[in-house]
Design a protein. Structure first.
Length: 323
């Protein structure tokens, strides 16, 4: 097992009350308000300690210079520079928060005392030309630097049970074999691959597909069985695929369930378009039978995934996909 610190949100020592995203290999410019401390829980991983995240400025004045004109001028320059950084940081934070679910975001915050990252906000993809995050036809994943088109008859819910970026069919129904759970005929989620040492897109897709299938057709997050559980599965596809200009891999299963028509699940894995290119997992779950969308829609969505700010496609905005 690797001793590398896993991706996650960690306290930003340069901005009290703020967490910053560590992608597993480097600090990013993504921030959010600090998560509330948990009273109980396992020890948190310690984030690496990069250099201080400070703007370069003039040397501190010699003793007694504070009252001189030059001393006051230097102090003002530093103050203005710091104020400018705060404004830019706030803008980036707002952009990230708009792109996430209201429930929260990513793995738990790290211990206090983590040193803020050395990367600057200029490392963040330019928002120029990116789609508006309230566009009902586009799912914007700011953290991973991609957009996904939302098919007609689908939605991006404000809140979901699982805190990951999600789009799904609008209408829900009672899950087969469960009187208290609601299911959707199709769901697609985007998440960063965390808590794993796997660095190969192929290996991760082959490993993740069983988890994707269980979450969609075996048990819900609290352990209640849905769809009567998975009785068997068949591998329909396992192949390399190009996603947003990156070399990825996908694995697709057809699952038979104890109740209901069963469905199709797919794990699509490819490198992020930003940062150290950490792996992204996009999971698909489509019901089989007449109420589920056509299987070809999986390929249509995959081909339409774009980097944020893609000049040729406006990041995927403006293209309606019929299901």
């Amino acid at each position: 097992m690797s001793n590398a610190t896993p991706p996650g949100w960690y306290p930003d020592a340069a901005a009290p009350g703020t967490d910053r995203w560590w992608d597993g290999g480097a600090w990013t410019a993504h921030t959010r308000p600090a998560a509330a401390p948990q009273a109980f829980g396992p020890p948190q991983p310690v984030a690496p300690a990069p250099q201080d995240f400070r703007l370069p400025g003039p040397a501190a004045p010699a003793s007694g210079d504070g009252g001189t004109a030059s001393g006051r001028g230097a102090t003002r320059i530093v103050a203005l520079a710091v104020a400018g950084l705060i404004v830019v940081g706030a803008a980036v934070t707002g952009a990230v928060l708009l792109g996430r679910d209201d429930d929260g975001g990513r793995p738990e915050a790290g211990p206090s005392g983590s040193v803020a990252p050395t990367t600057t906000v200029t490392d963040t993809p330019s928002p120029t030309g990116s789609p508006a995050e309230d566009d009902p036809k586009v799912l914007v994943d700011q953290l991973n630097g991609i957009t996904l088109p939302i098919p007609d008859g689908w939605e991006k819910p404000d809140r979901t049970v699982e805190p990951v970026l999600t789009m799904r069919t609008v209408n829900s129904y009672a899950c087969p074999g469960s009187s208290s759970d609601f299911c959707y005929h199709a769901t697609v989620t985007s998440r960063i691959a965390s808590a794993t040492d796997i660095t190969s897109a192929k290996e991760l897709a082959e490993h993740d597909i069983a988890t994707a299938a269980d979450g969609a057709y075996e048990k819900n997050l609290v352990g209640n069985r849905i769809h009567g559980g998975i009785m068997s599965h068949k591998v329909l596809d396992s192949a390399s695929v190009s996603v947003a200009g990156r070399a990825g891999y996908q694995v697709r299963w057809r699952v038979e369930t104890g109740k209901g028509p069963g469905g199709y699940v797919q794990s699509l894995v490819f490198p992020s378009t930003i940062g150290t290119e950490s792996l992204i997992i996009v999971r698909y779950a489509f019901d089989a039978g007449p109420d589920g969308p056509p299987l070809s829609l999986m390929d249509t969505i995959t081909k339409a995934i774009r980097p944020i700010g893609d000049s040729a496609t406006s990041g995927g905005a403006g293209s309606s996909i019929a299901h």
